[in-house]
Design a protein around this ligand. Structure first.
Ligand code: DQA
Length: 145
């Protein structure tokens, strides 16, 4: 049984009210519940941290070292420029899944670059709340038996 950390970056606390045409009407609690169900169905435990502050996310990533087997992270807009988040993920040696509700590759030019993508195991994007289940299943599929 492993502990998996789900990290939610800035503005994701506003899911449900924030640009529903882009991000849907599900709240962050709904998305976390979906992720938790997927983790627990496989016998694992999910922890969740949401923050609007880069340093809090970095502290959570560092705190997962040696304790969590995987990190699933939706870094929000930090995806596109937060090198310190990418560096923190780089030194986490478990499974890492980058997750987005929308498909940033199909949106504005500035969203098409992810500084996190080079340091993760893989990415799930564009499937809204369903992506939280897919990302957990993807992470679990890469855990050591
Ligand atoms: C997002 C995509 C980012 O570009 C954006 O800044 C977000 C949410 C997503 O889940 O689709 O905050 O990470």
């Amino acid at each position: 049984m492993a502990t998996i950390l789900l990290l939610s970056g800035p503005n994701l606390n506003l899911l449900g009210e924030r640009e529903p045409a882009v991000y849907g009407t599900d709240t962050l609690d709904d998305c976390v519940a979906t992720a938790r169900t997927a983790a627990e169905a496989a016998g694992h435990t999910l922890e969740h941290v949401q923050s609007n502050h880069e340093g809090v996310l970095i502290d959570a990533i560092q705190g997962a070292r040696g304790r969590c087997a995987a990190i699933v992270v939706n870094p929000g807009a930090f995806t596109h420029y937060a090198y310190a988040v990418a560096d923190a993920l780089r030194v986490f040696d478990g499974v890492k899944v980058e997750l987005h509700l929308s498909n940033p590759a199909a949106r504005e030019e500035w969203r098409r670059r992810s500084v996190v993508a080079p340091v993760v195991t893989g990415t799930v994007a564009g499937f809204g709340r369903t992506g939280y289940r897919l990302a957990l299943e993807a992470a679990i599929s890469r855990l050591d038996p």
